[in-house]
Design a protein. Structure first.
Lengths: 357, 284
């Protein structure tokens, strides 16, 4: 009887060996590639996070209002707000370092924490980096020539009263008590610290005073907090409240709620401080027409009147009756302009070693 | 019944020879594959290592150099070494305090490892024009008093790790409340002969105050060097400017090498690597 039996070959073991060797080679290749990729990803994540953080910081400085922070000057703390960016996001936060003091700007620190999301590997922490920079709330500036700058001159009735250019705040140099053109001038120079002449004529004075009155009247230069009418006079119970108030026409303020107030008061027409009444104001008073100082006046800050002369209009001479005090005060001027300022990054104060990093 | 006992037939000499030839051919192929794979991986690995040489110290270098203040931060510069005043903590002046002998500073929160590192060299305060005034001072800073900052209405982020320090003697009278101040270390970065991989170039970081030097990475190609961005020029120049205050950044040529020559090659693997760091604290 014949028994047929196949002999065993070696093709299968050889094939398994080849497959095994190739598999090991491929696995080693992947391992090498993975290590390289991880290294590159880490570098990329750090760079991306840094770029996102810096982008967030700069966005906050240029688009603070658009991000919903409209407080002027900024509140003690703003944010954090998440700014979505391509490839990730930035969490930006502002903290008050020092409030405005006198005429000094308020100081803040803005930090931005960038987080990379695009390309992040699952299970691996996202790339994160924080940058920060100091910023100052710079009030708008105004060239104050005198305690009272009157483009059409001042006629003072009576010998009493004070027009003082010495800074009541004490941190700025003294200026003139009164600034007027030679014609019609100021008839009682003895009541002022000193008198500065803004050229010979009203037109000369109008050129000297560089306030954008046309822009203010048109509503393009300053955005008032209150326009009276239709707005009611705000409460001044909060002594840190320095609003911008625009009176659309002439007015007598001595008997109104505006007779004790603060801030930047803009009067489009004439201003009568009210006979027999009191007008106490801390800040800046800008008057388009003539200012008639009746009653008991005590203005701490700066006054500029007859600004309609800059529009080519004829404005009568300003008149002051009786005892008054018009005192230059640089701190009150600065406070009045505070809300018209801007958040400005302080150059040379950038850091990227915030503790979160 | 007759039992059938049949042994398997053996291979003939011809079969054996044919089998051995086939096995030899297959074996040669396998050996060649393995050998070329091994060489390929060796090349890849050495290339990776060469690239890692350049990447390794980048974080450290960039973190130090980015915060350098352009106008007064660079002390000396050449193609092989730059010495800088590297800021590591920034804050603002709070005031002199009750005894009127110190200036108290409220610092921003800063990484504790960076703050506690050795090598404090001095401080600089920012004038109203934005220009820093450097004061070399190797006295360790003392812990300041929070109440001095509170009295000056300076809010300190102490809950987030901010520190209050005090400096003696007092800062210049012009450094009033709110004036920014930073602490700095003098650091030298240099390309020099490597100690860890002899015969090559290494990147060293040296603290000037105690002359402590550490080799951050090696080996680099002999072409490793610094180049200099001056003013608003878009291209780095080889020589440092005569006025170092005009320096705005550094280009670093950090071509890395593998530590050994890969199998089958005649020279070490090179990984060309050029990067740049620009100073973020600058007025123009």
């Amino acid at each position: 009887m014949h028994i047929s039996r196949n002999r065993r070959g070696f093709a299968l073991p050889t094939a398994i060996l080849v497959i095994g060797i190739l598999s090991i080679s491929i696995a080693a290749g992947f391992t090498l590639l993975n290590a390289e990729r991880r290294g590159v990803d880490d570098q990329q994540a750090q760079v991306s996070a840094f770029v996102l953080a810096q982008h967030g910081l700069e966005t906050f400085f240029v688009k603070r209002d658009s991000l919903g922070f409209t407080s002027r000057p900024p509140a003690a703390k703003e944010g954090p707000i998440r700014i979505m960016l391509k490839g990730g996001y930035a969490d930006v936060q502002l903290d008050l370092v020092r409030p405005p003091v006198g005429s000094l700007a308020g100081l803040y620190v803005v930090r931005s924490r960038g987080t990379q999301t695009k390309g992040a590997i699952n299970g691996i922490p996202a790339g994160v980096r924080t940058v920060a920079q100091y910023a100052a709330w710079e009030p708008a500036t105004m060239e104050v020539m005198a305690g009272w700058t009157a483009l059409t001159g001042i006629r003072k009735n009576g010998a009493s009263g004070s027009f003082l250019g010495v800074d009541a705040c004490g941190d700025s140099a003294a200026i003139a008590g009164v600034a007027v053109p030679v014609i019609p001038g100021f008839n009682r120079p003895e009541t002022a610290d000193s008198t500065e002449y803004l050229g010979t004529t009203v037109n000369d004075a109008a050129r000297e005073v560089e306030i954008d009155w046309a822009g203010i009247v048109a509503g393009t230069a300053i955005a008032p907090d209150y326009v009276i009418p239709p707005d009611a006079v705000p409460s001044f119970a909060d002594t840190t409240f320095y609003p911008v108030i625009y009176m659309a026409s002439s007015g007598s303020v001595g008997t109104s709620a505006l007779n004790h107030g603060r801030g930047l008061l803009i009067v489009r027409g004439d201003l009568d401080t009210g006979s027999g009444a009191t007008f106490n104001w801390k800040g800046i008073v800008l008057v388009g027409g003539d200012l008639t100082g009746n009653g008991n006046n005590n203005i701490n800050g700066a006054i500029v009147s007859a600004l309609n002369a800059k529009l080519g209009q004829t404005v009568p001479i300003n008149t002051v009756n009786g005892t008054k005090t018009y005192q230059y005060n640089s701190c009150e001027v600065a406070k009045s302009l505070m809300s018209l300022g801007a958040l400005v990054p302080l150059q040379n104060t950038w850091v990227d070693n915030w503790v979160e990093y | 019944m007759k039992q059938l006992v049949r042994s398997r037939r053996g291979m003939s000499i011809a079969e054996l020879l044919i089998g051995m030839v086939i096995l030899a051919i297959v074996g040669m192929g396998l050996t060649r594959v393995m050998s070329s794979q091994a060489r390929y991986f060796d090349h890849q690995k050495t290339s990776n290592l060469a690239r890692a040489v350049s990447r390794g110290p980048l974080n450290r270098v960039v973190s130090d150099l980015r915060m350098v203040e352009a106008a007064g931060g660079v002390m000396s510069a050449s193609a092989s070494a730059v010495t800088m005043r590297v800021p590591y903590a920034i804050g603002v002046v709070c005031g002199a305090g009750p005894n009127n002998t110190y200036t108290h500073i409220s610092l921003l929160p800063v990484d504790s490892a960076m703050y506690s590192g050795l090598g404090y060299s001095g401080y600089a305060w920012r004038g109203g024009d934005g220009v820093y005034h450097y004061v070399d001072d190797n006295t360790t800073k003392e812990v300041g008093t929070l109440s001095v900052c509170n009295a000056a209405q300076v809010t300190s982020l102490t809950a987030e790790g901010a520190r209050i320090i005090r400096i003696m003697p007092k800062l210049d009278a012009a450094a009033t409340v709110g004036t920014p101040v930073f602490l700095y270390r003098k650091i030298r970065y240099s390309f020099a002969s490597s100690t860890s991989v002899p015969g090559t170039i290494g990147l060293f970081r040296t603290r000037i105050e105690d002359n402590f030097s550490e080799e951050l990475s090696a080996p680099y190609d002999a072409s490793a060097k610094f180049r200099f961005y001056v003013g608003s020029n878009l291209v780095a120049q080889a020589a440092p400017p005569s006025n170092l205050a005009t320096l705005r950044g550094l280009e670093m040529n950090m071509t890395g090498l593998s530590e050994r020559t890969p199998t089958g090659a005649t020279q070490k693997k090179k990984a060309p690597f050029v990067t740049a760091v620009f100073f973020k604290n600058r007025l123009n």
